[in-house]
Design a protein around this ligand. Structure first.
Ligand code: ZN
Length: 376
């Protein structure tokens, strides 16, 4: 019998948690950061390189894949894991968020959303049932409920309407998902920055019952203080014994603050997208490789980093290939950023397991506040 989906909480330190999600495709150590593989690739990275950074799981985007190359084609070609050569777990989003942020001419009804593709203007529909079908065709290990995430700022009435619609869609998602051993379905809490709505949403999701619970509707422009304000109470409304996933977060200090407040999983395009624009995250904060201060600098980005960009290349080289728009620039900087993010996760997992998260967090902030090394 193949292993089923499960979650084991191994240790807690304050609200912070560490554990293991088990799936038939392997284990995911939590807290986990999921690199984003939008169009069946983490841009500028080979899948084996993504694995080498320490990633246990990737995120794939339903919206992009349904439009191109289509879920049906990926299914015919053996599913998303085989198609993109990533045999480990994959989480797919429901498509809802990206329809709202990318597609044209959207029309929202009780049934679902119709929209025009941002690629060729063709018409498509997404409903809870269609989203479940697409994520099944992709072969996703962790499937997300179809929801509506309103852009902030929004009135309480608008946030409440979207949240209650999302809860009705969550029930339809569960019904359409059916019984699929080894695959998980996560519900998504909505409610903006309104505590009562968050509690109502969590209650509705728990009554339906899911394998894990996401906190949606954050990192949409509310700012870190407001986000942490919600995270001070929202994880506590969710079951202790299921994974909690904060969607679309974030910068290194967002991630650390979220884990401190009880979040187990996160995803964000930031480390990979920043790698392509020359923004580098290190233990000493952020730097821009385009800056002229790096052009004669023979030192690595971070002398203690073990990624290939830091082991084998100087800042001067990375500056040169970025300025020359060479493809290796995106490859090396993305690798470094993803590696750094996974180092943060690894550091937090160990610190939580050993009951020294507060100490680890202090050192993390101190290092980043110190800023980049002195110019030569
Ligand atoms: Zn590095």
């Amino acid at each position: 019998m193949t292993a089923l989906f499960g979650f084991e909480l191994k240790a807690t330190d304050g609200a912070a948690r560490t554990g293991v999600i088990s799936t038939p495709r392997g284990e995911v150590r939590t807290p986990a950061f999921m690199p984003v593989g939008t169009a069946a690739t983490v841009k500028a990275m080979m899948p084996e390189s993504v694995r080498d950074t320490g990633a246990d799981i990737l995120l794939g985007n339903t919206y992009h894949l349904m439009l191109r190359p289509t879920a049906e084609r990926i299914d015919r070609l053996g599913g998303l894991h085989r198609f993109m050569n990533w045999e480990r777990p994959i989480l797919t989003d429901s498509g809802g968020f990206q329809v709202m942020s990318l597609a044209g001419l959207r029309k929202l009804t009780e049934e679902g959303v119709t929209f025009k593709s941002h690629i060729d203007g063709s018409k498509h529909a997404l409903t809870p049932e269609r989203s479940m079908e697409i994520q099944r065709l992709l072969g996703s290990d962790i499937v997300m409920c179809f929801d509506e995430c309103p852009a902030l700022p929004a009135t309480d009435e608008e946030v409440a309407r979207a949240m209650r619609l999302s809860m009705r869609w969550a029930a339809r998602s569960k019904e359409a998902f059916g019984d699929r051993p080894g695959h998980a379905l996560f519900g998504i809490m909505q409610g903006g920055v309104n505590q009562e709505l968050r509690e109502e949403s969590a209650q509705a999701l728990k009554e339906i019952g899911f394998d894990g619970y996401a906190i949606g509707g954050l990192a949409v422009g509310e700012g870190q203080e407001a986000m942490f304000g919600v995270l001070d109470y929202a994880p506590g409304y969710l079951p202790q014994d299921k994974p909690r996933y904060l969607m679309g977060v974030g910068k290194p200090d967002d991630i650390v603050g979220a884990v401190k407040r009880g979040v187990d999983m996160m995803d964000c395009v930031l480390p990979s997208r920043s790698g392509r624009t020359g923004q580098v995250f290190t233990r000493h904060g952020q730097l821009n490789i385009k800056n002229a201060r790096h052009q004669d600098d023979p030192r690595p980005l971070d002398e203690d980093c073990t990624c290939p960009a830091c082991r084998n290349y100087s800042r001067a080289y990375l500056h040169h290939v970025f300025r020359s728009q060479e493809i290796i620039s995106s490859m090396l900087l993305t690798w470094h950023n993803l590696h750094y993010y996974q180092q943060i996760m690894d550091g937090m997992r160990q610190a939580i397991a050993e009951g020294r998260f507060a100490e680890w967090e202090t050192a993390f902030h101190k290092g980043r506040e110190a800023g980049d090394i002195e110019r030569l």
